[in-house]
Design a protein around this ligand. Structure first.
Ligand code: ADP
Ligand code: MG
Length: 852
């Protein structure tokens, strides 16, 4: 599985323009947007978000492109996504989401999501099979209702006579189920399969109509329920790899299955129930807001990084809404929250609440992962690897492959030729066997008719044999002529056969040697076959010899026959000779053929041999290549492992830096707070002191008037003395307090200044690049800080110093005032008014009491 990437919840603010009532009531704008910055101010509060739309921020029309289009893209990559619209009733949530049936639907986010979805599907549908489902539910009074259930909705009539659609008992609420792997599902909710934009739009419209809405003071069409429109996108991505060797589609198709959900949530109004003043039906408002309350708690829990790290409990189970959105908040989803606010001053309090709520949501970190089928992930990985290896192999083997093909063809052709030749050889062998039989038969036969001269003549030439034969025929006596003819015939036959035999022997030798080359294994079988043939031919030879004997006997019998008969016989003999001649030429031709074939075979054998060698060479090359591929894969794996290790190290370092930064930030914040508090305390003390001093000046003036005028009676004098003592005491105490603060402030300032100089020193050192090896503790800690953190720290120290300086200035001026007063004789004159001991005693008593 791929690693989950961290991504925080994006928060955008949508400020709607003034609407009907607000205009007529003459409301004033109370929300200002900093130009060029996603910053919103209400009174003294200022918030920064990811985007701000409307009322001087970006135009609302760019909201989809900037906030939601990336989520739709993610959907196609298998990431879940959620869009939440939050805000008080009438702030424009429904308008923003586009679920309203009365506003122009095309401006809302959901219709734009649908357009974009189908546009993308249109471009991708060639490679990918898509399946879309939508569901539309609402949560009203902690009950989940199906808005796409086609059963009719019940009507309820309010006391005012308005017909109000409401969830009725006839339609049972849906139950939330949680599977063992923590996936939340709604049992029995209608999931409509849609294939066109129109179908999806119809679902949205039907759901919106059946959504429960009620009439309140603030917004006639406002909704008091949470509505969740969910689009489920399933994809079956088919990739047919093309074989690189012969450019044909491969058998194996790799498939990737992805499934992702997009929740589009129009939350209920976030205002306090009392403000909406809704009628009796709406008094269960506490329930409506239970979801929002739980949502707020979940956001608080998730937004607090420290507590989250400690693994604190997140109260998802406190409401149906938070259970259903569990994955969207701190889970497997990319989430965008659109905080909708009204710009009018009458709504300032709710708008401020909304901004505070939304601001906290920005701290939530989600961890979206691609929802991929496990097996298909594995398959995809393997297919990728296969393709990669194939491409590699193809790149290296491309040269030899076509040669191999040609060589293969040649081998088959040569094998066929070889087979033909072998058959022919077999034929010749059997003939040779026959001839051998004949020869041996003739040598040890009883009648040898051969005469040396006849023999010689027969061996001379074929042409001469004719005339010689003629001579013989004409010279000899009729009785003898037949015998001679027979002899001649026999001799001739023997002669040619001998020659043939010789030839065959030679050829056989050749062929046998070639045979050994071509197919050594067959020789044994052939031998057996020949032996059998030999026996058969022996038998045949015997029969032929018998025939011949019979024939000779017949010749002797017919020796004394008539001339006419002789003539006839002569003709027959001539015919026989001709036949023999033809046979001889035939054999000759065959001999030539044989020689030619043998040559061919030799050639083909050589070629086969060469090819064999070539094939061997190619095979060796292939083995080498495979080894190389393996080696490279191993090298790549090692490289990847080292890369991953490096990355891990870097991440660790990054985390450490981040932690350091946070620590420092916290320290800065804490110190600032402390300083601020101290400064505030000092300011209060200073103020009081100032007041006292002022009052003192006045009283002195009064007293001096009294003193110079009539003598006051004793009681009045005592009272005024007591008052004076009180005052004096308080001044003293305050002066002490301020001084104490002053001392403390001075200490703080010196500490700050010391750290600042140290930091600046270190900064200078690191700028010059000569970082000392031996440093004291303070230095080493500061040196380990990243330059950015150092800069930040310096800035905050300087800020704190200036703050402390201001405070000191104020204190100094007040203290000096007080000192001035002490030095002045104005105060001491008062003592002169004590005339008697009793007066002094009672005043002393009073002083002790007051001091105590
Ligand atoms: P909510 O769903 O938050 O209760 P509505 O979406 O119903 O609020 O909006 C209340 C009124 O304000 C509607 O009449 C709506 O047309 C109007 N409205 C909301 N936002 C805008 C806007 N951005 N531009 C114009 N009118 C808007
Ligand atoms: Mg609404």
């Amino acid at each position: 599985m791929e690693a989950a990437e961290n991504c925080s919840v994006k928060v955008a603010v949508h400020i709607r323009p003034f609407i009907g009532d607000e205009r007529t009531q003459g409301c004033k704008e109370c929300v200002t947007v900093t130009t060029g910055k996603p910053q919103v101010q209400i009174g003294t509060h200022s918030f920064t978000f990811d985007q701000v739309y409307g009322n001087g921020g970006s135009p609302s029309s760019s909201m989809f492109e900037e906030c939601v289009a990336p989520l739709v893209d993610g959907l196609f990559q298998g990431y879940n996504a959620t869009v939440l619209a939050y805000g008080q009733t009438g702030s424009g949530k429904t308008y923003t989401m586009g679920t309203s049936t009365k506003d122009d639907c095309q401006t809302g986010l959901i219709p734009q999501v649908m357009n974009e979805l189908f546009k993308k599907i249109e471009t991708l549908k060639r490679q990918t099979e898509f399946q879309l489902h939508v569901s539309f539910i609402e949560i009203l009074r902690e009950e989940v209702r199906d808005l796409l259930n086609s059963e009719p909705v019940g009507k309820l009539v309010t006391p005012k006579g308005n017909a109000v659609k409401t969830a009725v008992p006839g339609r049972p609420p849906l139950q939330i189920r949680e599977s063992s792997n923590g996936i939340i599902t709604l049992a029995g909710s209608t999931e409509v399969a849609v294939s066109t934009l129109q179908e999806m739009a119809t679902c949205l419209e039907h759901g919106s109509i059946s959504r429960s809405t009620g009439s309140t003071n603030m917004n006639n069409q406002s909704s008091r329920s949470h509505a969740i429109f969910t689009i489920t996108l399933e994809q079956m991505h088919k990739t047919q790899s093309i074989s690189a060797v012969n450019n044909t589609p491969d058998e194996d198709m790799s498939e990737e299955y992805l499934c992702a959900k997009l929740h589009l949530v129009d939350l209920a109004g976030s205002e306090r129930a009392k403000r909406t003043g809704s009628d009796g039906l709406r008094l269960k408002g506490i329930h409506i807001n239970r979801g929002l309350l739980a949502l707020g708690n979940v956001i608080n829990a998730l937004g607090n990084e420290k507590k989250r790290k400690e693994g604190m409990h997140v109260p998802y189970r406190d409401s149906k809404l938070t259970r259903l959105l569990q994955d969207s908040l701190g889970g497997n989803s990319k989430t965008v929250m659109i905080a909708c606010i009204s710009p009018a001053d009458v709504n300032a309090e709710e708008s401020l609440n909304t901004l505070k709520y939304a601001n906290r949501a920005r701290n939530i970190q989600n961890k979206p992962v691609v929802n991929r089928d496990l097996i298909s992930t594995e398959m995809q990985k393997m297919c990728q690897q296969l393709q990669y290896l194939r491409a590699e192999l193809c790149a290296r083997v491309r040269g030899p492959t076509s040669d191999v093909q040609v060589l293969k063809e040649r081998i088959t052709w040569l094998e066929a030729t070889n087979e033909d030749l072998r058959r022919e050889l077999h034929e010749y062998c059997s003939r040779r066997a026959v001839l051998e039989c004949c020869e041996s038969g003739a040598q040890d036969g009883h009648a040898c008719f051969m005469k040396s001269d006849v023999h010689k003549r027969a061996f001379q030439s074929m042409d001469s044999s004719y005339c010689q034969m003629d001579e013989v025929v004409s010279d000899e006596k009729p009785g003898e002529s037949d015998v001679v003819a027979k002899e001649l015939e026999h001799a001739l036959r023997q002669n040619t056969m001998d020659r043939e035999l010789n030839e065959l022997n030679k050829h056989l030798e050749q062929k046998e040697s070639e045979m050994k080359l071509v197919g050594g294994a067959d020789t044994e079988a052939l031998k057996q076959h020949f032996q059998k043939k030999f026996m058969e031919l022996e038998e045949e030879k015997r029969i032929v010899q018998q025939d011949r004997d019979r024939f000779l006997a017949a010749v002797e019998n017919h020796a004394a026959n008539s001339d006419a008969q002789r003539q006839k016989r002569q003709e027959i003999n001539v015919q026989k000779i001709k036949a023999l001649e033809a046979q001889i030429s035939d054999v000759k031709k065959k001999q030539e053929n044989q020689v030619e074939l043998l040559k061919q075979k030799k050639r083909s054998d050589a070629a086969a041999k060469r090819l064999q060698a070539e094939i061997q060479y190619i095979k060796a090359q292939k083995v080498q290549l495979q080894r190389k591929i393996k080696q490279e894969a191993e090298q790549f794996r090692q490289w990847k492992a080292s890369r991953e290790k490096e990355l891990l190290q870097l991440r660790k370092e990054g985390r450490r830096n981040e932690y350091e930064r946070h620590k420092l930030e916290a320290l800065n914040q804490r110190q600032k707070m402390v300083l601020q508090r101290k400064t505030e305390e000092a300011t209060i003390a200073i103020k009081r002191l100032k007041e006292l001093l002022e009052a003192h000046k006045c009283s002195v003036r009064d007293n001096s008037v009294n003193h110079n005028g009539h003598t006051p009676n004793g009681q009045r004098n005592e009272k005024s003395l007591q008052k004076w003592v009180d005052h004096e005491l308080e001044v003293m105490v305050k002066v002490c307090e301020v001084r104490f603060e002053y001392e403390k402030q001075i200490q703080v300032q010196s500490a700050l200044a010391e750290e600042l100089t140290l930091l600046k020193e270190v900064d200078q050192l690191s700028l010059n690049g000569d970082i000392p090896h031996r440093v004291n503790n303070g230095h080493s800690r500061l040196l380990s800080m990243s330059p950015n953190a150092r800069m930040e720290r310096i800035a905050s120290l300087e800020y704190m110093l200036s703050m402390s300086t201001n405070a000191l200035k104020a204190m100094v001026s007040q203290l000096s005032d007080a000192e001035e007063r002490e030095c002045g004789l104005v105060g001491r004159r008062k003592w002169n008014q004590v005339h008697s001991l009793s007066e002094a005693k009672s005043l002393l008593q009073y002083l002790f009491n007051a001091t105590a």
